[in-house]
Structures are given as structure tokens and as C-alpha cells.
Design a protein around this ligand. Structure first.
Ligand code: G
Ligand code: G
Ligand code: MN
Ligand code: NA
Length: 256
């Protein structure tokens, strides 16, 4: 329970690090995007995964500063890679936004400033929100999401199918991308009904004008089935693990 005190100092002590997991075209398997995933290198406890400290950060409000650091770091890093690897100009970076950040009053201003400072084109940024927070305060969240979309930023609904799904909200909110939760992909190998669910989610996403990403793809069989169902993008251990920035730079250099 020392963690929340330690978390307070983790930014200034530079203990956070971003890992990036590739998102690939389902047909060609080419790299199209990177999802930024924060890690905490704790001085005595080693690497702490976000599942252990993001909830604490949300409770204590520290998520606002951590979230700002993550956004700035991810945008800065992609801007750098874009200038270093011009053949990768189409690459996007996806950043997870917590519900607390979406309700934060200065979020739009903060994102404007980060894009200005880093020079990253807005359409290279994709913000991922989970269903739950979005539904919490639909009026505030909806207005902000529309503003972000109007700025040219892409928006993903994350972990789709596990949260407070409301189909009418999905229709009213300006998401560009739907991410199918890995639960459906992973159960699907064993249960035919899960394939029916995955298939229906893909159809729904397309019907509402979204592109679809499947998360947690671990086998070639899953990848082929998803591709046959028209899912545009794949993410998961089959394609690549989350990697540190050095490993991503090596990958970008290789794909030259
Ligand atoms: O990398 P890992 O599998 O441990 O990520 C677990 C979860 O933590 C992910 O589902 C993701 O939504 C969340 N997460 C990772 N990085 C961030 C971040 O920078 N901000 C927020 N709010 N959540 C994150
Ligand atoms: O934002 P989100 O909750 O979707 O975060 C993705 C999380 O899923 C990361 O913590 C990442 O480590 C994890 N992950 C990524 N690919 C796979 C996979 O193929 N299988 C499993 N079980 N987890 C994965
Ligand atoms: Mn995510
Ligand atoms: Na997810």
C-alpha cells in the first residue's frame, strides 16, 4: 500500500516507460499502428503492469498527470519515428484514455497543446476509450469526443462487448474504430457461438461506418477466420508483443 505514495513521485523520477504493440493489416499483415501501453519501472518492485496502478491512479486523481505524460510521450515518439522513417508516414499511435481523463475540464486544451508541441498531425493520433466511461456521462463525453473528431483525431471504442454496451450510444458517438475484446477472439477457438458474436460485432461496426480491430489474436487460425469475416486489423501475440521503443525502432528500420 506504499504504491499510491510511490505513484505520486513516479513521473518526476522518470519511472514510467511506454511499450508499443503493433496493429497490423489483416490482409497484408503490414504494420499500420502502434498501441501505447504504459509500464511502471518501480525501484524495488520491478515492472508493474497498468492493471495494478491505473486503478490507483484513477482513484487518487494522479491519472490526469500520468495520462498527460503518456499522451505527450506517445505523440513525441511517433513524430520522431515519422521523421526518421518517412516510409512510415501513415503510421498511427493509439493511446488509452481513462474515464477520469475524458471528464477532465482541460482535456481538449491539453491535447491541442501536445499536438502543437510535438507537431504530430491529428490524424496520426487514435484515442481509445472503453465503453464504461463513455456511458457514464454521455452529454459531457459526447461533446468532447465530437470536438476531438472534428480536430481530425481518430477515436476507438476499446474492449467492445464487455462493458456497458449500448447500441444507441455507439450510433451517436463519433467512433472511427471498434476494437473487439480479446475474450471473443480467444473463446472463439473453442466455441462456435463466440465466432457468431465476433461476426455480428464486425457487421455492426461496418454498418455504423467503423473499421474493426480484433485484439488478442494468438493463432493463425484466429487470424484467418477474422480476416474472412472482414475484420480489417489484427492485434495480438501472433503478430507482435508489446515492445519497448528500441525494439519498435528496429522493426521500423527492418521494414524499410
Ligand atoms: O499492457 P497491459 O496488458 O498490462 O495493459 C492492461 C490494460 O491497461 C490495457 O487494457 C489498457 O487499457 C490499460 N492501459 C495501458 N496503458 C494505459 C494508459 O496509458 N492509460 C490508461 N488509462 N490505461 C492504460
Ligand atoms: O487496451 P487493452 O486493454 O486492450 O490492452 C491490451 C492488453 O492486452 C495489453 O496489456 C497487452 O499486453 C495484452 N495483450 C496484447 N496481445 C495479447 C494477446 O494476444 N493475448 C493476450 N492474452 N493478451 C494480449
Ligand atoms: Mn486499448
Ligand atoms: Na482493449
Amino acid at each position: 500500500l506504499q504504491l499510491d505514495t510511490d505513484l505520486r513521485h513516479a513521473i518526476e523520477r522518470q519511472e514510467f516507460e511506454l511499450y508499443y504493440q503493433p496493429i497490423c493489416d489483416a490482409q497484408t499483415r503490414e504494420l499500420v499502428g502502434l498501441e501505447a501501453l504504459v509500464r511502471w519501472r518501480h525501484p524495488s518492485q520491478g515492472m508493474i503492469p497498468p492493471s495494478r496502478f491505473i486503478p490507483i491512479a484513477e482513484e487518487t486523481g494522479l491519472i490526469v498527470r500520468i495520462g498527460q505524460w503518456v499522451l505527450e510521450q506517445a505523440c513525441k515518439q511517433l513524430a520522431e519515428w515519422r521523421s526518421q522513417f518517412p516510409h512510415m508516414a501513415h503510421l498511427t499511435v493509439s493511446v488509452n484514455l481513462s474515464s477520469r481523463q475524458l471528464l477532465q475540464v482541460n482535456l481538449l486544451e491539453q491535447i491541442h497543446q501536445i499536438l502543437d508541441r510535438t507537431g504530430l498531425p491529428p490524424d496520426c493520433l487514435n484515442l481509445e476509450v472503453t465503453e464504461n466511461p463513455v456511458m457514464q456521462d454521455i452529454k459531457i463525453a459526447g461533446a468532447k469526443l465530437r470536438h476531438l473528431r472534428n480536430m481530425g483525431i481518430q477515436l476507438s471504442i476499446d474492449d467492445f462487448g464487455t462493458g456497458y454496451s449500448s447500441l444507441s450510444y455507439l450510433q451517436r458517438l463519433p467512433f472511427s474504430t471498434l476494437k473487439i475484446d480479446r475474450m471473443f477472439v480467444q473463446q472463439a477457438t473453442h466455441q462456435m457461438e463466440s465466432w457468431d458474436i465476433a461476426k455480428t460485432i464486425i457487421l455492426l461496426g461496418h454498418r455504423l461506418g467503423m473499421t474493426v480491430v480484433a485484439e488478442g489474436v494468438e493463432t493463425e487460425e484466429q487470424a484467418r477466420l477474422l480476416q474472412n469475416l472482414g475484420c480489417e486489423y489484427l492485434q495480438g501475440f501472433l503478430l507482435a508483443d508489446p515492445m519497448n521503443s528500441g525494439a519498435i525502432a528496429d522493426l521500423l528500420r527492418l521494414s524499410l
